[in-house]
Each structure stands twice: as structure tokens, then as C-alpha cells.
Design a protein around this ligand. Structure first.
Ligand code: FAD
Length: 698
């Protein structure tokens, strides 16, 4: 048993899009379950904590943004601990654990967390638990969940040995090894994995006793299992016959009361979280109807707003959940009659958790499900576990327990995570599951805004900002019906009344502002992705598809600067663009050709991945942007290595950015006759000097 003082620890998070924050909050909430109390603070609130004199163990949760940078909210903290004049033992008293979040689709995986980790180490701070590196590319929870499970033992050990070890300087539980939880199948096991396994085993023993009925009930269904294939609803042996090790049931902590006060017609208040309501003054379809993906151009009127931006900045758009999905959810939760009730959320007695800040008080249920919660989020295993307890049918309950169990990890990945199943899909698949609203509120994360890069320069379009986006489409699969991306699907419906087809002359009559569709937007400035301040620095831009967006802004800016300052020297400007078909989805074609024609662009290099070879039947024609980069390797190498130029890459993180990075390594390796490792060092140097910049998304 830990004494009260020794049961305290501190959680510090650096979050860019709320993920690190919500994981930090989850740790904070779970702490009580283990008899611990946590204080929690964002790294940006520097008056709320003092690592210089912190004697409690500290748990850092840090995401990564931009080009492998720590999140904006952690920048000040990083600057502070980066100060070279600090003595090497400045933080030698500090015992900490760090969970780094990243995405292996991006270069510099988890670099935000790694940077903070190495700076803390340099100042003498010591791990009490191995660092976790969670990969959004494969699913954060693959690492996050076991890391958190292992954290409690490590914290307890640290806290109980605290006074003795602190006096003797004992760092028994310090661990400098990299906690590389590679994947769900557990390659690269290490100490913390073993601790997690043991923890699960204990839970499994408890549950296997409690769940005997479920196990035997399922045997009937499995008699014919040789003809069955596994699905979201159905398992096959050996899983259907396994004794399950399921995660601990997360304790409920919220009380939700619905009051019969009419709240009909509420909207998101302007100014909330920095969002302002802006009019969409123009919407144009940029692609042919038969293009594989549909790209839409939007113009926002910012004349009424005090908003300044530079090309390279993005904007967050707040989109609501689909009304039809909110309705279905209300129906499935048996709450359709209470949709307009005012919701009061409070903590259950004795709970030391916190009411989630993103759930507003006194708003209607419909409003909360529409604007506050990411109802499309993939339910975590803890949520699936909790849902099982509100499921009447024993076979459905057994399947839910399988899906959240250690043995059912592969099924969870195949039928929930990889297919992007959401709560509604689970409720449709398991009709006897009827969770209380409080459980839904406890487990659904905050609805996140979606970012869009400005595709304009305010020099050329004062009082306006432009975006371009692809309408994301998810085809139907056994787990759910066909869907469009939440924000892009909503936007395309939202602007349908003003959407102009490709090639039309923009309507001359202006609609009254009141008739224009509105959207909640807030600026999301980039700290690095901007044109070099010296216009003579040469630039190479790589932006296929909608990745061209920020470069349209860059080029509009340069075009204006050319016009207004004829004397200035402008460096070479290359743009590598690609799309599927020249005649279907070559977005911004006229504008790009104008830039090439008037010298704003020195080189416009395009490729079309799905066009038939031309009449001349060119063999080996470049298909993707990286092929064109290779064709122009000498120039790219010269610009980066000799002329101190900049390389910008924007667009798809999953394939394109990786391929471009590999091509860059090849170009530099060939040019300087280096092996891959040395080429990587040069590329890392370019990143460090902010001459290789990425703005990529998946
Ligand atoms: P969501 O519903 O959020 O789905 C997005 C992803 O979730 C999918 O890619 C997929 O991985 C997964 N997913 C969700 N549901 C399913 C399902 N049922 N089946 C399979 N997979 C599923 N985008 C642009 O088009 N233009 C831009 O200029 C632009 N700029 C950006 C700038 C920044 C800094 C960032 C971070 C992102 C930018 N994006 C841009 C991406 C944009 O923010 C959105 O992620 C994108 O538009 C998709 O949003 P959505 O809500 O429509 O899709």
C-alpha cells in the first residue's frame, strides 16, 4: 500500500491534434484505479509545473508534428531544456517515463518525443520505465495500451522506493532500452512486454472464471465451425474455443442526466476554441465527373475576420458528424425522444477522474453527438470490453470479449481497426448491446477538426483564403456501408447549393452573404513550411494531386512579388506535379501553365499515372513524381547540395512522401557517391537546416 504522499505523480503532455492530450487524460483517469493520483498539465502551461524541482515521477506524452517536430504546445518547453548553458546534472533528480506518438508513414518517426527524451537525458534525468514509441500508421493502441498497462507497476515501484532510492541515488528501475513494441504479434519482446503479459494473465484468470457460461454457450455455434469464416460477428476455432484474457473493465466515472429543457436549434458558438464562422463564397469542382477522385476548390471570405495567413499555413475546419449517423445512434441507444434534452455531466461519487472538457454542459444530446464527439472513431479494446457488459445475448457478449481479448488481437485488427469500424457499426452488428449514455461519453474521443492547406496568397486574393480537397470515399465492406470521409463528405454536401461544375465561368451574380454556406474555421499556422525569406534561394516543390495546394499559394505570392519588385532576383522554382489523367484531374492546370509561362515557375514537370502511352508509345515514361525527380536528378542535387536551395514535399504521407524520400536518398547517394547510410545523414542535415520540408497527410 502506498502512503498518500507517495501516490502522486505528474503527467505532462504535448499535443498537436489532441491525441497526446486524450492519452494523457486517459492515464490520469486510470490512475485512481491503481490507488494513484495524478496532476496533469499541458507542457505549454509552464506556470503549472516545474521540472527543475519536481520530485514526483513524471509521465510525458508527446506527439510529433510537421517535419518530426515536437508539437507547438511543447516548443517553449523544448527551447527551455535545449538551453546549452544548463549544467549536465540540471535535471538529475527527475525520474520520468515518456510515451512518444508518431506515424511511420512520415519520416522522423516519433521525433517529437525522441527530442524531448534525449534532451531530458542530456540534463541527467532518468527513466523509471522504458520509452514507448506508438505508431499511428499501424494503430497507436498497439503500443499505447500495453505501455499504459505496464506503467502502473513501474510507477508503484518507483513511488514505493522513492524516498530510499532518491537518497541513495538508486536507479534500479531505470531503463534506457527502447521499448520497441513492434506489433501486435509481439516481435521484439522486452521487459515491459513481459510485465504487460503477466498483468493480462492475471486478468485472464479472473475472467476465465467469470466467463465460463459464455465459453460454453459458444460451443454450440462452433459445432459447425468448419464451414464458418471469421467476421466481425463470428469467430472460428481456435479463438472461439479459447479461454480469454480480457483487459480490466475500465471503471465508469461519469453520471449523465438528461433534463427536459428545450435546447432546439443550438449551433457552435463563434469564437469557441478559436473557431470563427466564415462564409464559403465559392465552390468549384476541379475534376471531371469520371475522375477517380473528386477534387473540390473552396473560397472562404475572411473579410469580416481578423485572420492573417501565409502560404504554407493550414486551417482547421470543424465539421459535424453526419445527421443520419447521429439519428441512427440515438435510435440504437433508445434515446431518440430525448435528443433535445439538456445534458448534465458530472463525476460519479468517489471518482477522481475529470469530466471530459470537450463535452459541454447543458447542451442538447443531439448537439453533443453532432459537434463534440468523434462518433466515427474506432472503439478501443477498453470500450469493446465495457460494451460486452451491456450485451444481453451471451454469444454476442462472448464475441465482444473475444475482440478485446489478447487472443483475439488479430480479429480486432482485421474486423475493427483495419476496417475502421465505429460504435454504430458495433451496435448494428451486436443488436443486444445497449450501453448507457455515460459509457458512450466516457469512451468516445473529442471530435477533431480536419486541417486544409491554404491554396492561395493573400497578396493575390486579399480577404480570401482558398482550399482544395479530395472527397475521401470508403467503399462498403461486410463491417459497414459505403461512406465518405467525415469532413470531405460533409463539405461536398454543404456546398452543393453553390458548387460550380468544372470549366464554368464563375457566376457573376454574387449571392448575399447570408445565403452562403458557413463553416467554422481557425488558423493553424506552420512554423516552418514557408517560402525562404530570401527570394533568390532556389526551390523545388513536389506536390501531386491536392498536395499542390500550398504551392499554389507560394506561386501566387511569388507572382505578385515579381510584379511589384522587378529588380529583385528570384531563384529557380521547380514544381513536380502528378495526377492520374491529364484531362480528368490535372487541377489548377491553367494557373500552373500561366506561372510557367510568365516565369514565376522556371520548370513545371508533370506526369500522369493512368494515361495511356502517347502515340509515340514512349516506354518508361515517368508515372509518378519521384520518377520525374530521378530524371532531373542532376538539377535537384545541384539545387540542394550546391545552391543551398529548399525542397518542399506536400500530399499523401502513405506512399508518395516515402517514395520521394527514397528517391532523394538515391539522388544524393549517386551524386556524392555515398552509401545509403551516409546519404541519410545528408538528408537528415537538410531537414535540420529546414531545407527539406514536408507537409504531408494520410
Ligand atoms: P476521415 O473520415 O477523417 O477519414 C480519414 C482517414 O480515416 C482515412 O484516410 C482512412 O485512413 C480512415 N478511415 C476512416 N473511415 C474509414 C473507412 N470506413 N474505411 C477505411 N478507412 C477509413 N487534405 C486535403 O484534401 N487537402 C489539403 O490541403 C489538406 N491539407 C492538410 C494539411 C494538414 C496539416 C493535415 C494534417 C492534413 C491535411 N489534409 C488535407 C488532410 C485532411 O485534414 C483530412 O484528413 C482529409 O480531408 C480527410 O478527412 P475526412 O474527415 O474527410 O476523412
Amino acid at each position: 500500500m502506498l502512503c498518500e504522499v507517495a501516490a502522486h505523480f505528474l503527467i505532462l503532455y504535448g499535443s498537436q491534434r489532441g491525441q497526446a492530450q486524450s492519452i494523457a487524460e486517459e492515464i490520469c483517469e486510470q490512475a485512481a484505479e491503481y490507488g494513484l493520483t495524478a496532476d496533469i498539465s499541458c507542457l505549454s502551461n509552464q506556470d503549472k509545473y516545474k521540472v527543475e524541482s519536481e520530485i514526483r515521477p513524471v509521465v510525458f506524452v508527446v506527439s510529433t508534428t510537421g517535419d518530426g517536430d515536437p508539437p507547438d504546445t511543447a516548443q517553449k518547453f523544448v527551447r527551455k531544456i535545449k538551453n546549452k548553458s544548463l549544467p549536465h546534472d540540471h535535471l538529475s533528480h527527475l525520474r520520468y517515463a515518456l510515451l512518444a506518438l508518431g506515424d511511420t508513414n512520415y519520416a522522423n518517426f516519433c521525433n517529437g518525443g525522441k527530442t524531448i527524451d534525449s534532451l531530458l537525458q542530456r540534463l541527467g534525468a532518468k527513466h523509471f520505465y522504458a520509452t514507448g514509441h506508438a505508431d499511428d500508421g499501424t494503430g497507436l493502441e498497439v503500443v499505447v495500451d500495453p505501455w499504459i498497462e505496464g506503467l502502473w507497476d513501474a510507477l508503484k515501484k518507483k513511488l514505493s522506493g522513492m524516498s530510499a532510492s532518491d537518497q541513495t541515488g538508486d536507479t534500479r528501475s531505470d531503463c534506457t532500452q527502447d521499448n520497441n513494441h513492434k506489433n501486435a504479434s509481439g516481435q521484439e519482446k522486452n521487459k515491459s512486454d513481459v510485465e504487460v503479459d503477466l498483468h493480462l494473465l492475471k486478468l485472464g484468470e479472473v475472467h476465465s472464471q467469470n466467463e465460463t457460461n459464455v465459453t460454453s454457450d459458444s460451443t454450440d455455434a462452433e459445432t459447425h465451425s468448419s464451414t464458418l469464416v471469421a467476421s466481425l460477428k463470428q469467430s472460428v476455432p481456435p479463438l472461439s474455443e479459447s479461454v480469454l484474457k480480457v483487459p480490466a473493465l475500465p471503471p465508469s466515472y461519469l453520471e449523465v442526466v438528461l433534463e427536459q429543457a428545450s435546447t432546439e436549434g443550438e449551433t457552435v458558438p463563434s469564437g469557441k476554441d478559436g473557431y470563427r464562422e466564415m462564409s464559403i463564397s465559392k465552390a468549384v469542382q476541379l475534376t471531371q465527373d469520371d475522375a477517380v477522385k473528386s477534387s473540390i476548390f473552396l473560397e472562404l471570405d475572411i473579410s469580416e475576420q481578423d485572420v492573417a495567413y501565409q502560404p504554407g499555413d493550414s486551417f482547421d475546419i470543424l465539421c459535424p458528424n453526419r445527421a443520419s449517423e447521429v439519428d441512427e445512434l440515438l435510435l440504437r441507444l433508445d434515446l431518440q425522444m430525448q435528443r433535445n434534452c439538456a445534458v448534465q455531466v458530472s463525476l460519479l461519487k468517489n471518482s477522481t477522474a475529470k469530466v471530459p472538457l470537450h463535452i459541454p454542459q447543458n447542451s442538447s444530446l443531439q448537439f453533443i453527438l453532432t459537434w463534440a464527439l468523434e462518433i466515427r472513431s474506432i472503439p478501443k479494446k477498453a470500450f469493446v470490453r465495457a460494451l460486452a457488459d451491456f450485451t444481453q445475448s451471451s454469444s454476442e457478449k462472448r464475441r465482444l470479449l473475444e475482440l478485446c481479448s489478447k487472443e483475439g488481437s488479430a480479429d480486432y485488427n482485421s474486423f475493427i481497426r483495419d476496417t475502421n469500424v465505429c460504435l454504430l457499426d458495433l451496435l448494428q452488428a451486436f443488436p443486444s448491446c445497449l450501453p448507457p449514455l455515460s459509457l458512450v461519453f466516457e469512451h468516445l474521443p473529442k471530435l477533431q477538426p480536419r486541417a486544409y492547406s491554404a491554396a492561395s496568397s493573400s497578396l493575390q486574393h486579399p480577404e480570401k483564403v482558398h482550399f482544395v480537397f479530395n472527397v475521401v470515399e470508403f467503399p462498403a465492406c461486410p463491417e459497414h456501408p459505403a461512406r465518405t470521409g467525415l469532413c470531405t463528405g460533409w463539405l461536398v454536401d454543404h456546398v452543393s447549393s453553390i458548387l460550380q461544375p468544372l470549366g464554368t465561368v464563375p457566376a457573376s451574380e454574387c449571392l448575399a452573404t447570408s445565403a452562403l454556406p458557413k463553416v467554422h474555421v481557425r488558423p493553424r499556422p506552420s512554423s516552418t513550411f514557408h517560402l525562404p525569406s530570401d527570394p533568390s534561394v532556389p526551390v523545388v516543390m513536389v506536390g501531386p494531386g491536392t498536395g499542390v495546394a500550398p504551392f499554389i499559394g507560394f506561386l501566387q505570392q511569388r507572382e505578385k512579388e515579381h510584379e511589384t519588385n522587378q529588380e529583385a532576383t528570384f531563384g529557380e522554382t521547380w514544381l513536380f506535379f502528378g495526377c492520374r489523367h491529364k484531362d480528368k484531374d490535372f487541377i489548377f492546370r491553367e494557373e500552373l501553365e500561366r506561372f510557367a509561362h510568365n516565369g514565376t515557375l522556371s520548370h513545371l514537370i508533370v506526369c500522369f499515372s493512368r494515361d495511356e502511352p502517347d502515340a509515340a508509345g514512349t516506354i518508361n515514361r515517368p508515372t509518378y513524381v519521384q520518377h520525374n525527380l530521378l530524371l532531373h536528378a542532376k538539377n535537384v542535387a545541384r539545387i540542394l547540395l550546391k545552391d543551398k536551395g529548399c525542397l518542399y514535399v506536400c500530399g499523401d504521407a502513405k506512399n508518395m512522401a516515402k517514395d520521394v524520400n527514397d528517391t532523394l536518398l538515391e539522388i544524393i547517394g549517386n551524386e556524392l557517391q555515398l552509401d545509403k547510410l551516409d546519404a541519410m545523414k545528408i538528408v537528415a542535415g537538410l531537414r535540420e537546416e529546414k531545407r527539406y520540408l514536408q507537409d504531408i497527410w494520410s
